[in-house]
Design a protein around this ligand. Structure first.
Ligand SMILES: Nc1nc2c(ncn2[C@@H]2O[C@H](COP(=O)(O)OP(=O)(O)OP(=O)(O)O)[C@@H](O)[C@H]2O)c(=O)[nH]1
Length: 161
């Protein structure tokens, strides 16, 4: 039996401490949605998850662990994704983990955007040869919410086209 898809899946990826949990909190708290977190001492060890309705459509949003030892969770959670947000810590620049994530996304047809996060402590443009020039890079500060909703809207537009 073919299962009917219930909603759209967005996955938030990126290196350890780049701000993925803070990003999902910002996206869902403003809509007063509940978030389930599986973490240890503030580090995501499995996932953060919440869902919300946007323009009448249900979105399931997952944030993945950033530490390399949890790469298997990134792979599991990326199964069947419809869109992705890569949160890069602008004060650290593009890490090897980010490069792996970007390479995987660049070789897939999945729409995605990059959040160049922590603009409050490190303003400016992120540079890397691994950043596909066709991919929107949105400057964000997840702690204050700056750029987060705008970035999500850009992703939703890409996913519609
Ligand atoms: N100054 C600043 N700090 C931030 C920003 N976003 C997140 N942080 C801080 O960075 C730290 C890590 O943030 P998290 O959201 O837990 O990062 P994460 O990517 O989910 O971390 P892992 O789950 O361990 O991979 C926390 O202390 C956050 O408060 C930001 O935009 N600016």
């Amino acid at each position: 039996m073919v299962q009917k898809k219930k909603g759209t899946k967005i996955v938030i990826l990126g290196s350890a401490d780049s701000g993925k949990t803070t990003t999902i909190e910002n996206l869902l708290n403003r809509k007063k949605e509940k978030i389930t977190k599986i973490e240890c001492k503030g580090t995501t060890v499995a996932l953060d998850y919440g869902n919300t309705i946007i323009n009448g459509q249900r979105f399931h949003i997952f944030a993945t662990p950033g530490q390399e030892r949890f790469q298997f969770m990134r792979e599991i959670l990326s199964n069947g994704l419809d869109g992705a947000i890569v949160v890069i810590d602008n004060s650290e620049g593009v890490t090897n983990t980010d490069i792996k994530i970007l390479e995987n996304l660049n070789s897939s047809n999945v729409p995605y955007v990059i959040f160049s996060n922590k603009q409050d402590i490190s303003p400016g443009k992120i540079e890397s040869t691994h950043i596909n020039p066709d991919i929107p890079v949105i400057p964000t500060t997840a702690t204050t919410g700056e750029g987060i909703q705008e970035g999500l809207n850009i992703l939703l537009d890409l996913m519609e086209n």
